[in-house]
Design a protein around this ligand. Structure first.
Ligand SMILES: Nc1nc2c(c(=O)[nH]1)N[C@H]1C(S)=C(S)[C@@H](COP(=O)(O)O)O[C@H]1N2
Ligand SMILES: [Mo]
Length: 404
């Protein structure tokens, strides 16, 4: 969905008269946009050909989004529905043929060494249910139309990664060198000869203070990580945005400085509108509290029958658990408390929520607003920034529903 359609919709509402009942205006611009999207539909790329096409929106060969209606209510996102985001083309499929043989170089430690996945597997094992979400999820709702993929809600999933804690690997390599402040993971993509590696490579640094729950993972949802999601080995930093979870990791390094790669220095920073990105701006690391409605799905112009209805959605706290979710059917004027569906899989996982409503015919705007255990309430407004990162505005994620 294009933001222009959203704003147009709001304009129709504010100029009044189009729809008599409270809530939204005509769905026509949205439906038209969706019909256009349908016409532009692309095929899944080869590395992701095993995915469930009907659940996905293929923006490009390297950007594939889960449809808002395709998250299900089983908490964990099935792999064939999980979004994909590659900043550069993935390495060849053959790197996942023998996962145990993949080698990780560990540097900036007192006893640097290369370790195979088979060796890493001997050091420890944890399983972490967690939200994996692209920094730019929700970018489509930024009115400034920032460049980058126009993700709505589907550049996110809740998955279980299994692997060894980074701390156990540090212990096995003598601990980080004195003075180290950052941990840097390097992606296994091949850099074409003649090109500046810093311009291309996916190499991300996080503060050492944040590595407590980080793992080096070889499994996702109980199976070896497929190439599309970063197999044979992936750095996973629960609570941090997607880009910090380096796929096909080939090097883990501890140092006093952040990576010199462009993706660390000049990308993924919270750049104020109208300013140029630079290293002094905050890096995109931690995810903020967020939620959105998944059903009924107004994004597809869903029309529902009057009467009882179960409003459903997803919510997560970011760095802490989500404590509660409220739902509004009148554009945020009144809120009711939703209940959580299914078990609590820990602070980094999302929770699914539901609330039963009884709706008379009319137009409604359905929104959800989460509060984290840290006490942070999902804001009405997004934080403006020029690349469209970290959108957690409940207003932006609100859906129009027609009840007949
Ligand atoms: N090596 C490598 N790691 C990467 C990327 C990449 O292009 N290369 N993309 C990052 C980004 S921007 C996101 S959002 C997530 C996406 O993870 P997924 O494709 O498994 O959903 O991977 C991150 N890790
Ligand atoms: Mo991302």
């Amino acid at each position: 969905m294009q933001p222009s359609n959203l704003s147009r919709r709001r304009m129709l509402v504010s100029t009044g008269g189009v729809i008599a009942l409270a809530g939204t205006a005509s769905l026509t611009p949205l439906s038209a946009a969706l019909a256009q999207d349908k016409a532009k539909e692309k095929a899944l790329p080869a590395y992701a050909s095993w995915k469930h096409a009907d659940s996905l929106i293929v923006h490009s060969a390297n950007t594939i989004e889960t449809k808002r209606s395709a998250f299900g209510s089983g908490l964990i996102t099935p792999l064939d529905r999980l979004f994909v985001r590659n900043n550069v083309a993935p390495p060849p499929e053959q790197i996942v043929a023998d996962p145990d043989a993949w080698v990780l170089s560990i540097k900036g430690v007192n006893d640097p060494k290369d370790m195979t996945v088979a060796e890493l597997k001997r050091l420890g094992l944890v399983a972490v249910p967690m939200v994996l979400q692209c920094s730019g999820n929700g970018r489509a709702y930024f009115p400034e139309n920032p460049s980058g993929t126009k993700w709505t809600v589907g550049a996110a999933g809740c998955v279980v990664f299994s692997g060894v804690p980074v701390k156990a690997v540090l212990e096995a390599t003598g601990g980080a060198e004195a003075g180290a402040k950052y941990m840097t993971g390097t992606g296994g993509e091949e850099i074409p000869a003649g090109l500046d590696p810093n311009a291309i490579m996916v190499e991300r640094s996080i503060p050492i203070a944040a590595i407590d729950d980080a793992i080096l993972a070889w499994e996702i949802n109980g199976e070896p990580i497929p190439l599309a999601h970063g197999g044979p080995l992936r750095l996973v930093v629960p609570g941090y945005t997607g880009v910090n979870n380096v796929k096909y990791i080939k090097q883990l390094a501890f140092a006093k400085d952040q990576s010199a790669a462009n993706i660390q220095q000049n990308s993924y920073r919270l750049t104020p509108l109208g300013e140029k990105t630079n290293v002094n701006q905050e890096s995109v690391w931690e995810m903020p509290v967020k939620s959105w409605i998944t059903s009924p799905n107004g994004e597809t112009g869903e029309v529902v029958n009057a009467g009882k209805l179960q409003v459903q959605g997803l919510a997560f706290g970011g760095m802490t658990a989500v404590k509660q979710v409220e739902v509004s059917v009148d554009g945020g004027k009144n809120w009711v408390m939703a209940s959580f569906v299914g078990p609590d899989l820990g602070k980094y996982a999302w929770r699914q929520f539901v609330v039963g409503v009884d709706l008379q015919p009319g137009q409604y705007e359905i929104a959800s607003r989460a509060t984290s255990e840290a006490g942070t309430v999902q804001p009405e407004e997004r934080m403006p920034n020029s690349h469209g990162y970290l959108n957690n505005s409940w207003h932006d994620h609100m859906l129009p529903i027609t009840v007949v």
